[in-house]
Design a binder for this molecule. Structure first.
Ligand code: ZN
Length: 557
């Protein structure tokens, strides 16, 4: 007898069937880089079943913001999964410096767990993603996360009988929410397949092999991303050919954006930097729900879907581009299709829907200048290793380079220097630059020697001694480095400014009564709210507060 069947029999034998408000499925949707205001800009242009369904039928929190300083993809996804800040869940940045190996580490990289596909390595196709600029091993697992997830607690409550899945184009969008107890799938640009690692499976389930073999990507070969609606219906039509947009060869700054031929080197990459990436994610998710029979009985299942296209398009073209506008209209259609599909399979009355984002995003400096502002991209030249070493040699009178990737602690000790003092020296050097808003020495954060202001608190909420860097630098509002490894992109998030921390939070389905809530809340509240509705333990590091506007109408016991 299967574990799941046994548990169902036990539940009914004991007469302790879950209360009416228990969903059969928890569907957690994350839109990468969806700043909190963006859906509202375009609400009148959306259809009925996507964002407008969520706005009309759900509880929408319009003033939700993260309270950590590094607003990056892994940090946000792990915070959504664990209901806590990076100082507790440990995912302090997309990359960090591992002091044992003296190497940069990519968040969910784990050489103990190889990918199941030999041809799915991450470095064979160049990533158009400024945050993934470190060479990583192919191995992936959630073991670098230091506290439990909502999905782990669900597995715990139902003795492993809940079916738990995380899907995204990005590995770091899929792995955190699946937790240690679920299964994760992500898109490999080098193989053009959805893949996983042997942390999760020893071999692909048949349905995954079938999806990968079906040639879904061929539909895009030789085609282009075109406008969904008639040009005059767009707010940002005049913004299509802006000089600050990334002019990626062959893809161009203006519509139509060509994906190229199936065997072009960048074909799969260009799919991901357009709404096609989200369409492929949706298609894979449908196959998953069908094959795994999610939401078909009283034991609640969990499905996390993270849509990545909005992030790539924000980086390449900016939040106020025509590309972003068309992407959001297409994302709205994808959400509508996903909800309609889940309605037919499970019923939205049996599905707790949660939508949020891993972080927001800035405006492009060039766009702001066109409105009269004076901001510029930050010139990385002043902040690289050579510049810092030169300055430290002068101010400290030392004859060696103290900065490698981070401060060379062994060398500093050998020279009889004090690490904290040198970190503070670097802070003093950095804050002389006009584009630096503030900077904190790691030792001061660790010792609690920070000024009493909100940005310092957010740096501390992001700090973990074993993983964080020597100095936390905060550039000015709307200022950021957008040049990585020679590829200049339009915009980069990752700051503690509000536009990078502001995300939507929406709960819908499963009997949730509609409301629009403007009080300040945080995305850490999501996991504790979900746990409360499902009457399970909160994740081990949870610091969130239950969102009462969601839970009150559900009281059934
Ligand atoms: Zn991003």
């Amino acid at each position: 007898m299967s574990k799941r069947l046994l548990l169902l029999l036990l539940l009914s034998a004991l007469g302790s069937a879950p209360a009416l408000a228990q969903p059969r499925l928890v569907l957690q949707i994350t839109v990468d880089q969806l700043r909190g205001d963006l859906p509202w800009r375009h609400m009148d242009q959306f259809g009925k079943g996507g964002f407008r369904y969520l706005a009309d039928k759900g509880v929408w929190f319009t003033s939700a913001a993260y309270q950590h300083a590094n607003t990056e993809t892994i940090v946000g996804h792990a915070s959504l999964a664990t209901g806590t800040v990076p100082a507790v869940h440990g995912m302090v940045g997309n990359i960090w410096f591992d002091r044992d190996s003296n190497e940069l580490v990519y968040n969910i990289e784990d050489s103990r767990y190889s990918l199941l596909s030999a041809d799915a390595g991450v470095d064979k196709a160049r990533e158009i993603d400024p945050t993934q600029r470190v060479a990583t091993t192919d191995g992936r697992s959630p073991r670098g996360m230091l506290s439990s997830t909502f999905s782990d607690e669900l597995a715990n409550r139902y003795g492993g009988a809940s079916k738990i899945f995380g899907v995204s184009v990005k590995d770091r969008g899929a792995v955190p929410l699946a937790g240690r107890s679920g299964k994760a799938f992500w898109f490999s640009k080098s193989s053009g397949n959805f893949v996983t690692s042997d942390f999760y499976y020893n071999a692909y389930p048949d349905w995954v092999a079938e999806w990968n073999g079906a040639g879904k990507l061929n539909e895009y070969a030789g085609n282009s991303w075109t406008l969904l609606n008639s040009p005059e219906s767009y707010q940002r039509l005049s913004e299509d050919n802006s000089p600050w947009e990334t002019d990626f060869p062959g893809f161009n700054r203006t519509f139509p954006h060509s994906w190229g031929a199936r065997d072009d080197k960048y074909f799969t990459t260009l799919l991901t930097v357009s709404p096609a990436g989200d369409e492929l994610t949706l298609d894979f998710v449908k196959a998953l729900v069908n094959a795994e029979d999610l939401g078909q009985d009283e034991i609640p299942d969990f499905l996390s879907v993270s849509f990545s296209s909005t992030d790539y398009i924000g980086h390449l073209f900016g939040s106020s581009s025509l590309e972003m506008e068309d992407n959001l209209l297409r994302l709205d259609r994808i959400l509508a299709e996903l909800l309609s599909f889940i309605d037919k399979k499970v019923g939205l009355e049996n599905t707790l829907i949660v939508l949020s984002a891993d972080h927001g995003g800035p405006e492009v400096p060039g766009y702001l200048r066109s409105l009269g502002d004076h901001v510029e991209h930050v010139d990385p030249e002043y902040f690289d290793t050579a510049a810092l070493n030169k300055a430290l040699r002068q101010t400290l009178g030392v004859d060696v380079d103290l900065v490698k990737t981070f401060l060379d602690q062994q060398l500093i000790a050998a020279k009889g220097l004090d690490l904290a003092e040198i970190q503070r020296e670097v802070v003093q050097l950095l804050i002389q630059r006009p584009e630096v808003f503030t900077a904190f020495a790691g030792s001061d954060i660790a010792a609690g020697l920070l000024p009493d202001n909100p940005i310092a608190k957010m740096a501390a909420a992001n700090y973990l001694l074993q993983r964080s860097g020597d100095v936390h630098v905060v550039f000015g509002s709307q200022e950021f480095i957008a040049d990585f490894d020679g590829l200049t992109v339009a915009a980069t998030h990752g700051s503690p400014w509000h536009y990078d921390r502001h995300v939507p939070i929406v709960f819908a389905g499963n009997g949730v009564k509609p409301a629009r809530v403007s009080r300040a809340v945080t995305p850490y509240d999501i996991a504790s709210t979900m746990a409360n509705i499902l009457e399970i333990e909160e994740p081990s590091g949870s610091v969130g507060e239950v969102l009462v506007e969601v839970v009150q109408p559900l009281k059934t016991r």
